[in-house]
Design a protein. Structure first.
Length: 335
């Protein structure tokens, strides 16, 4: 699809969230030759977004930490991500540092302003660990390949007959004739912008591409989901994040319309304070009234890696309460 300019200033507002990277867990194979994948599984090197209190995830932030490759964990990381994020010598390796950065897809010429190039993956099979029954989940990955069950979101054209489940989930909104061919989302050189419309903002439709601005990259509009149920987040360095998924406050992008159980669209819906685990995770930073608190609203916004400073709390306006009442209850996971 061609680039679009949303208004006279193409810049989109930004919401800072915490990026975490799994530095332990299943080792990602580069091939399905031994055993065909049945699901799109979480692996070492996958990057997860989190909307909650940074103190819950300090041990797993994608903060550029250095590892020695002589130990088992460092060696596994070296085989997965190589030295693409820096290494002071042959005995050390750094994980990506996404603090203050947009996560854009690798494969474009040059690096967009304020961005760090990663590999955006799309699940070609159901992602059971996240609770997704359909393909279409999108996750950043620190490696430069697609593990079994995943494809690189590089806009390539596929035959419907070769990937019928993925086509059934995402259709031809990213290209193709919709009869015999369809295209993957193309995140090369792009970040993800939240699809949908907030009050006073021009709506973004999934699949639309937004032109780059002076201080931010081009973007592809996709739906963002937030886990409102699941495990309570409390991560230490080296813990296998996959064993705790979905975890409350986790943010993902998706190319499908599926909203699984324990997930909601990240559209600013108000939640009752009686949902104590969710409130304990998110706090009041995305909006608050005397009896309710808000989910993050990523419609029309770009996600950027947080530097660890939480967003200030604010009171929700009467207009927001009315607007959010209309979207409450969306999806199987609505609270």
């Amino acid at each position: 699809m061609p680039d679009i300019d949303k208004g006279t200033d193409p810049a989109l507002p930004v919401l800072d969230l915490h990026y975490m990277m799994a530095d332990a867990g299943a080792f990602p194979s580069r091939s399905e030759s031994f055993r065909p994948a049945e699901t799109a599984d979480a692996t070492l090197g996958m990057i997860h977004s989190f909307a909650g209190d940074v103190r819950r995830v300090l041990g797993s932030l994608a903060d550029g930490e250095e590892f020695e490759i002589r130990d088992r964990r460092g060696a596994s990381l070296q085989l997965t991500i190589g030295g693409r994020y820096g290494a002071r010598d042959v005995h050390h390796i750094n994980i990506p540092d996404l603090r203050g950065c947009f996560a854009t897809g690798a494969g474009a010429v040059g690096t967009p302003p304020g961005a760090l190039a990663v590999t955006w993956l799309i699940a070609r099979l159901p992602a059971d660990q996240w609770g997704f029954d359909q393909p279409g989940l999108l996750i950043p990955f620190a490696g430069d390949f697609a593990p079994p069950g995943w494809l690189i979101a590089d806009g390539r054209m596929l035959d419907v007959a070769a990937e019928p489940r993925l086509f059934a989930a995402i259709g031809a909104r990213f290209g193709g004739d919709g009869a015999t061919t369809f295209a993957l989302p193309d995140l090369r050189g792009k970040a993800v912008a939240g699809a949908g419309a907030r009050d006073g903002a021009v709506p973004l439709t999934p699949g639309e591409t937004i032109a780059a601005g002076a201080d931010r990259p081009a973007a592809l509009a996709l739906h963002h989901l937030i886990a409102t149920g699941g495990s309570f987040p409390d991560f230490e360095r080296g813990r296998d994040i996959a064993h705790h998924m979905p975890f409350i406050g986790q943010i993902v992008a998706t190319a499908s319309e599926e909203v699984p159980r324990d997930w909601q669209r990240a559209e600013g819906q108000m939640q009752s304070r009686t949902y104590e685990a969710l409130h304990a995770t998110l706090g009041d930073r995305f909006g608050v009234t005397d009896t309710h608190f808000a989910l993050p609203d990523l419609r029309g916004r770009l996600v950027r890696g947080s530097d660890g400073v939480p967003s200030p709390a604010r009171k929700a306006t009467a207009a927001e309460l009315l607007a959010n009442a209309a979207v409450r209850g969306k999806g199987r996971g609505a609270r």
